[in-house]
Ligand binder design. Structure first.
Ligand code: DQA
Length: 149
């Protein structure tokens, strides 16, 4: 059983009220339900998901250090600003996929830079909730491949 963390950072608690052209109409709770259903359908006995969201960067960083096999991380704006997050991810060696709801390449230039992605297995963005679903497949395939080595 892989223990996978889904960690949403700053302002992702506001999903459903943020600009809908980027983030859609659904809430964070909807996202969690969507992912739980995906796990039941595709990875029932293989994956245990844990959900976490915080607007407090210190709490977010500390939560990453718990005992996870892998993670889906959407650090929100910290993606583009936080050297502390990048340093922690480098130190933890936690396998993770970085995910974003919106299509970053179509947005402001400051959103094109990610300090965290360097330490990721890969990045998925632009697919709304499906970014997380695709990221989930990516992390599970990565963990399975690693087990076979
Ligand atoms: C986001 C993109 C970030 O640029 C932004 O600050 C967010 C959400 C996304 O999921 O598209 O808060 O990470």
């Amino acid at each position: 059983m892989f223990k996978i963390l889904v960690a949403n950072g700053v302002n992702l608690d506001l999903l459903g009220t943020r600009p809908q052209q980027f983030y859609g109409e659904r809430s964070l709770k909807d996202l969690e339900t969507f992912l739980s259903q995906a796990v039941t359908q595709s990875f029932a006995s293989q994956v245990e998901l844990s959900f976490f969201q915080s607007n407090d960067e210190a709490r977010y960083l500390e939560f990453l250090g718990q005992n996870w096999d892998g993670a889906l991380l959407n650090p929100g704006a910290w993606t583009h600003t936080s050297l502390a997050l990048a340093d922690r991810l480098e130190a933890l060696q936690l396998p993770f996929v970085e995910v974003h709801l919106s299509h970053l390449a179509k947005r402001e230039s400051w959103r094109q830079a990610s300090y965290s992605s360097k330490h990721s297995i890969g990045v998925v963005y632009g697919f709304g909730f499906d970014s997380y679903l695709l990221g989930l497949h990516g992390i599970v395939r990565h963990l399975l491949a690693r087990e076979r080595i």
